[in-house]
Design a binder for this molecule. Structure first.
Ligand code: NAI
Ligand code: MG
Length: 346
């Protein structure tokens, strides 16, 4: 069969790392078509639209996609909202999956974690309001947090399924394990529902060989920095997942090597974790490895497991050799040189 992959480089170094990932895919798969699609803040500045309907329509006909990065401004810009956030909603990509692994992490110990962050609810439903005290004139800001049994069970199921899939290949963990992250000692209603929903899914006989653990989010951060090697699959509500997954990225070096996938039941978008890196954009020195690993995740989800493994091994070899590295990893190589080196190792 032939594969069609949508490419959305978007802004800044997205335009450098996505073409690099494309080259790698072309090298491992014979029959693949790419469709270049527009989105991003630069596009918004030119046309007033950050995510054209056409992009979404064409994307729906693709088998999967790769997204680069978007230069979202920190201040509010009238009419603008992030295209990747919109895409996650439109395509119902309810899980953000982030592998964090290294043969020798920040503490000199191996790390092999897979963080699965719920992507559709929690505090990020953006239901906020201000209230002014008529007497003092002082403001109070409120935010709603939504946790549903539906979304919590759906994300838990993905976590347990992925724990089983991972266990088929050798990992540093002797048995598959899922750690449920929450704070239900304080937020017993919202986090309580998340915890109970995950626990209910764990009861499924399919998952009888998976070890289930719980970790309060604060001590999760503490343990992750002290003994990251104990964690296998980690499942968390949106906000906690966002924070622990960026923290975990610090354990394995540069943001330039950490990949992710936005996963739904019907579609997958691979996406490097980093942003558009305006400080280095256009210099040809951005690290393509996060994007290349995101391409491997995409292929893995599309059933091209052998091809994905090939890419992962080639990337690991380049990193372990340590001779051809971009400046973020202390080297002097360009995006193109690193890409060629990965290709040479395929
Ligand atoms: P950033 O990830 O773009 O950059 C942080 C630092 O890491 C910079 O020093 C950058 O040079 C470096 N870096 C990141 N990726 C790299 C790579 N592949 N190779 C070498 N060095 C790399 O985050 P920052 O600076 O906070 O945000 C810049 C812009 O990116 C903002 O407009 C922000 O909104 C956007 N952003 C977009 C994301 C997305 O598209 N999902 C995620 C994070 C930020
Ligand atoms: Mg983040």
């Amino acid at each position: 069969r032939s594969l069609t992959i949508g490419l959305i480089p978007a802004d800044g170094i997205g335009k450098e790392v996505i073409p690099a990932a494309q080259k790698i895919i072309e090298h491992v798969i014979d029959k693949v078509d790419f469709v270049n699609l527009d989105a991003g803040f630069e596009l918004f500045q030119k046309t007033g639209v950050a995510l054209p309907d056409e992009t979404v329509e064409i994307l729906k006909k693709c088998d999967g996609a790769l997204f680069g990065a978007v230069s979202s401004p920190s201040h509010k810009v009238a009419g603008y909202s992030s295209p990747i956030v919109a895409l996650r909603k439109k395509m119902d990509l309810y899980a953000n999956v982030r592998p964090v692994s290294s043969a020798k992490g920040a503490l000199g110990k191996p790390i092999d974690m897979l963080i699965i962050r719920e992507n559709t609810e929690c505090l990020y439903i953006k239901s906020e309001r201000l209230e002014k005290d008529p007497k003092t004139g002082l403001q109070t800001a409120w935010a709603d947090r939504r946790i549903t049994e539906y979304a919590s069970k759906r994300i838990a199921k993905m976590a347990f399924d992925m724990a089983l899939v991972r266990a088929k290949n050798p990992t540093i963990h002797s048995k598959p394990k899922v750690t449920i992250v929450h704070k239900s000692n304080v937020l017993s209603v919202t986090d309580g529902l998340f915890r109970e929903s995950c626990r209910a899914v764990a009861q499924n006989p399919e998952y009888k060989d998976v070890i289930v653990e719980e970790q309060l989010v604060d001590s999760m951060v503490y343990r992750m920095f002290r003994e990251p090697e104990v964690f296998d699959v980690v499942v968390a509500p949106n906000l906690y997942g966002d924070i622990i997954s960026d923290g975990a990225a610090a354990l394995v070096g540069s943001l330039g090597v950490v990949a992710s996938a936005n996963v739904g039941d019907n579609f997958v978008i691979g996406e490097p974790v980093h942003g558009s890196a305006p400080d280095i954009a256009g210099k040809g020195i951005s690290n393509p490895i996060a994007a290349i690993r995101s391409a491997a995740m995409l292929l893995d989800h599309l059933g091209y497991n052998a091809e994905a493994t090939k890419i992962k091994v080639a990337v690991d070899t380049v990193l372990t050799e340590g001779k051809t590295l971009t400046p973020d990893l202390g080297g002097k190589a360009t995006t193109e040189q690193v890409t060629s080196k990965v290709i040479a190792n395929l």
